[in-house]
Design a protein around this ligand. Structure first.
Ligand code: SF4
Length: 505
């Protein structure tokens, strides 16, 4: 689809309008200057006068001569900076753009003009600012065109989060820790995480763990010196149970020795995503160190699907390892499912839900397949046949109805670019079993320090809420070469954020 946008001189309009275009068309070319043979010409008019923003869009479809119009007005007397005013204008222009494209295509965008990853943050912000629930909902509907159904979902989630973490808005002086272990038994086709095949890499595993122990010690020392409590710890990757039981044992021992007051940490999670990595010895280690929560991820209960996506384990193994973990005392188990895996439609997904019913994990994360740029699946897109938008939506609705019927509540959600059907990933849990770490990472209320390979740190200024990102190297070799330098850099950022005099040696 070739789209010429007129009446917009400012380059800053291009990105948000391109993101919106992507919601409607798989491939598109957009220009605000010139474009030969456009399919659509959309003319915009916008103004800011007497505290009111007005925007207008007129769409002409070249082939049919069809004309569609959209208008919007908003009073915005209270804005602090020019940047904030432009943001409001950008939203107003985006809104009329969504309106005319919805009218043209008949496709209603459930999230309206929101293209960001964390829609619930918007509702938290309004509630935290003292806006009533009713007004907040009205604003989400009018200013962003979010559907009632999604607003209700957001509200449910926000309520659950505040029940689970009543002090969510006051945790900025604590931190959470993410520990990335970049190894897996084999690499799944849709994966873009740092996940290196563990077989035959023992040398590299050893050096990696050496670096990780160092990072944990140094960071633990800084946290102790500065009296910063840890809210949650999350071991992800990769698959953190790919390493041996002895290596896991030493790692958790390091955590207890180095981190401050581990007994007060609200939740420690270890992803054991691939059932083929789970053994009785490793479960013993998890119990020994009081790991609260693990993940065992079926993704699907259809064997052919697992084979097609490169997960070299059987459906039986998932079920067997789940029971093993349960029998050995793990009482908070999460399971991940993916909607829209290659070759799967409503029937296959319903089968997966019926198998889930037999296990009833404490939480269930329902992802919608996304074509991430770097994955095998995206590189060979033709090889993988996936369901269409309507079928994806039906599966999503089935997941929502199924979880409700089985006593689960939604407690976090996030969206991704190129997600099938432009929907979302939703975490469900039995009430009281929600993962606190997932809430912390989604709502960005406190700093999360990333240690290990590919671990992203997100530093949140406790005073201003300003976010700074910082990523450790993704591959073990670069990590091994530079972990000291990266640790030092992170500590420097933390010193500045938590206002420690710069006399550290
Ligand atoms: S198990 Fe997870 S981290 Fe490992 S390759 Fe598969 S998707 Fe990636």
């Amino acid at each position: 689809m070739r789209i010429l946008l007129t009446g917009l001189e400012d380059e800053r309009f291009i990105r948000p309008l391109q993101l919106i275009t992507n919601l409607f068309y798989e491939e598109s070319e957009l220009s605000i200057t010139t474009l030969e043979h456009p399919d659509l010409i959309i003319h915009f008019i916008y103004s800011y006068e007497s505290s009111v923003i007005t925007s207008y869009a007129k769409l002409s479809e070249v082939e049919t001569g069809a004309i569609l119009e959209g208008t919007f007005q908003k009073d915005i007397s209270n804005f602090d900076t020019e940047k904030e005013l432009f943001k409001q204008i950008k939203n107003a222009v985006s809104l009329v753009y969504v309106k005319v494209l919805q009218d043209l295509t008949g496709v209603i965008q459930p999230w309206g003009l929101l293209t960001g990853v964390r829609p619930t943050k918007l509702l938290h912000k309004k509630i935290h600012a003292g806006i009533s629930r009713e007004d907040a909902h009205k604003q989400l509907k009018e200013d962003y065109l979010i559907t009632e159904e999604k607003i209700e979902l957001m509200q449910h989630i926000v309520d659950r989060q505040l029940t689970m973490v009543p002090d969510l808005y006051k945790l900025q002086n604590e931190v959470s820790i993410y520990i990335g272990i970049p190894f897996c038994p084999t690499k799944c086709a849709y994966c873009t995480f740092p996940a290196y095949a563990i077989n035959g890499r023992q040398g590299s595993v050893n050096s990696f763990l050496g670096g990780l122990h160092y990072e944990m010690r140094e960071m633990g020392r800084w946290l102790k010196e500065n009296n910063i409590p840890i809210t949650t710890v999350y071991y992800g990757g990769g698959t953190p149970t790919s390493i041996s039981a002895e290596e896991m044992d030493m790692l958790y021992e390091e955590m207890y020795q180095s981190f401050p007051n581990v007994q007060n940490i609200r939740e420690i999670t270890v992803e054991a995503g691939r059932p083929d990595t789970i053994t009785p010895e490793k479960l013993e280690v998890l119990k020994k160190w009081n790991i609260d929560r693990i993940s065992i991820n079926p993704q699907s209960y259809i064997q052919e699907t697992l084979k097609a996506i490169g997960r070299h384990h059987t459906v039986e193994e998932t079920i067997e390892k789940f029971h093993l973990a349960r029998n050995m005392g793990m009482n908070n188990i999460n399971m991940d499912l993916i909607i829209g895996l290659p070759g799967e439609g409503v029937e296959e997904f319903n089968y997966t839900l019926s198998e889930t019913e037999k296990l009833m994990p404490e939480s269930l994360t329902v992802h919608t397949l996304s074509f991430k740029r770097a994955s095998e699946m995206t590189r060979n897109k033709d090889k993988y046949k996936v369901a269409d938008r309507d079928e994806i939506t039906e599966m999503m609705n089935n997941a929502s109805a199924w979880t409700k019927d089985h006593g689960y509540v939604p407690y976090y959600l996030y969206r991704m670019k190129n997600i099938l059907g432009n929907l979302e990933n939703v975490g469900y849990a039995l009430p009281g079993q929600e993962s606190i770490y997932n809430i912390m990472i989604m709502e960005e209320q406190q700093t999360i320090i990333g240690l290990g390979c590919g671990a992203a740190s997100k530093f949140i200024d406790p005073r201003t809420g300003k976010i700074t990102q910082f990523a450790n190297p993704k591959d073990p070799k670069s990590y091994n070469d530079s972990f000291m330098e990266y640790t030092e850099k992170k500590i420097k950022i933390l010193d500045e954020l938590f206002a420690v005099p710069s006399s550290r040696s």
